[in-house]
Design a protein around this ligand. Structure first.
Ligand code: NAD
Ligand code: LMR
Length: 339
C-alpha cells in the first residue's frame, strides 16, 4: 500500500476527466527531482505548457511546497506532488512522459563523471520504477553524467524486459541552446534564427558542435571555429565556475528541457517534421549510443540522421569524442551488468 499523493486543486480529477472526454491533447508528465535547481523552474515551465494535462512532481524532499506554489498558476495542467520513495510508483503510474533531473550537480573542479558514484544509483532506482509503472513512457534523461546514465537506464529497462530504444532520450538540448547563442553572438544575429547541430555526447570533448553545418549558412575563420567549439564544450563549466560552488546550470537547463519536452509532446500527438538533437541508441557510429539529429514521432525516435559532411577539424573532434564516449558508455553498462 502506498501513501496517497497530495493534490493541490479541489476539482482536479473532474478537470482531468473533462479534458480526456473532450479529446483535447493532454499529456501526463512526471518530473523526478522536481524540487531541485532544474526541477523547480522546469515544473513551472511544464505547468505553462498547454500540451500538459497532468503534472506529477516527485522528489525526496520539498515537493509539498513546490507543488502548492506551482498549483496556484491559472493554467490547465493539474498538479500533484509526491514525496519520497514510497510514493514513486504513484508518481509514475499512467505517465506518458517522464523527465529526470534528479541527482547531484557539479562543483568547481569536478567533471561530470565525478557525479557517477551518486547519480548512477539514483537513475537506476528511478528507471526501475519507470519499468514497473509506466514502461511505455518516453523518458527524457537529464541527470549527469548523461553519457553514462543513458546506458544505465537502457540496461535497467533491458533487465526488466521493457527496453524500447525509441523512448529513451538523453537530453543534450542545452548544448544546442548554448551553441545557437554563442554563434549568434559572433554572427551578430538573433539566436532564434540560428540552428547548430551538436553531436556526440554531453561532456567536454564529447560535445561536438558541427559549425560547418550551421543554419543560416555562414563561414568562420579558423580561430572562430576553434574558440566557438571550446566555448560550447565548456559551457557547463563556465556556469559551474560562475556559480562558485552553488551548483551548475539550472535556469538555462530548465528552458532547454522544457523546449525538448515540448518537441517530444508535439511529435507524440502527431506533428510532422519535429527534429532535435538527443543522445540515443544509435548506429550513426560504431558506438551503441550517440547524440545526433533525430526525427521525433508518435512513438519516440522515428529516424536518426547521419552526421553529414564534416570539416577536417570536426573529423578530428569526432575521433576524440568517440574515444571518451566509449569509456563512459562502458562504465554505465558495467554498473548494471556487474551489479
Ligand atoms: P539539485 O541538487 O539542485 O537538484 C537535484 C534534485 O534531485 C534535488 O531536489 C534532490 O532532492 C533530488 N534527488 C536526489 N535524489 C533523488 C532521488 N533518488 N529521487 C528523486 N529526486 C532525487 O541539482 P540540479 O542543479 O537540479 O541538477 C540535477 C542534475 O542535472 C545534476 O546531475 C546535473 O549535473 C544535471 N544537469 C544536466 C544537464 C544536461 O544538459 N543534461 C544540465 C544541467 C544539469
Ligand atoms: C551543463 O552542461 O550545464 C550540465 O551538464 C551541468 C554541468 O555539470 O556542467
Amino acid at each position: 500500500v502506498h501513501p496517497p499523493s497530495f493534490q493541490m486543486e479541489g476539482s482536479s480529477l473532474d478537470r482531468e476527466n473533462c479534458r480526456a472526454k473532450g479529446g483535447a491533447p493532454g499529456f501526463k508528465v512526471a518530473i523526478l527531482g522536481a524540487a531541485g535547481g532544474i526541477g523547480q523552474p522546469l515544473a513551472m515551465l511544464m505547468k505553462m505548457n498547454p500540451l500538459v494535462s497532468l503534472l506529477h512532481l516527485y522528489d525526496v524532499v520539498n515537493t509539498p511546497g513546490v507543488t502548492a506554489d506551482i498549483s496556484h498558476m491559472d493554467t490547465g495542467a493539474v498538479v500533484r506532488g509526491f514525496l519520497g520513495q514510497p510514493q514513486l510508483e504513484n508518481a509514475l503510474t499512467g505517465m506518458d512522459l517522464v523527465i529526470i533531473p534528479a541527482g547531484i550537480p557539479r562543483k568547481p573542479g569536478m567533471t561530470r563523471d565525478d557525479l557517477f558514484k551518486i547519480n548512477a544509483g539514483i537513475v537506476r532506482t528511478l528507471c526501475e520504477g519507470i519499468a514497473k509503472c509506466c514502461p511505455s513512457a518516453v523518458v527524457n534523461l537529464i541527470s549527469n553524467p548523461v553519457n553514462s546514465t543513458v546506458p544505465i537506464a537502457a540496461e535497467v529497462f533491458k533487465k526488466a524486459g521493457t527496453y524500447d530504444t525509441k523512448r529513451l532520450l538523453g537530453v543534450t538540448t542545452l548544448d544546442v541552446v548554448r551553441a545557437n547563442t554563442f554563434v549568434a553572438e559572433v554572427l551578430g544575429i538573433d539566436p532564434r534564427e540560428v540552428d547548430v547541430p551538436v553531436v556526440g555526447g554531453h561532456a567536454g570533448v564529447t560535445i561536438l558542435p558541427l559549425l560547418s553545418q550551421v543554419k543560416p549558412p555562414c563561414t568562420f575563420t579558423a580561430e572562430e571555429f576553434s574558440n566557438l567549439t571550446t566555448r560550447i564544450q565548456n559551457g557547463g563549466t563556465e556556469v559551474v565556475e560562475a556559480k562558485a560552488g552553488a551548483g551548475s546550470a539550472t535556469l538555462s537547463m530548465a528552458f532547454a528541457a522544457a523546449k525538448f519536452a515540448d518537441a517530444c509532446m508535439r511529435a507524440l500527438r502527431g506533428d510532422a517534421g519535429v527534429v532535435e538533437c538527443a543522445f540515443v541508441a544509435s548506429q550513426v557510429t560504431e558506438l551503441p549510443f550517440f547524440a545526433s539529429k533525430v526525427r521525433l514521432g508518435r512513438s519516440g525516435v522515428d529516424e536518426i540522421f547521419p552526421l553529414g559532411p564534416l570539416s577536417e577539424f570536426e573529423r578530428v573532434g569526432l575521433e576524440k569524442a568517440k574515444k571518451e564516449l566509449k569509456e563512459s558508455i562502458h562504465k554505465g553498462v558495467s554498473f548494471i551488468r556487474n551489479a
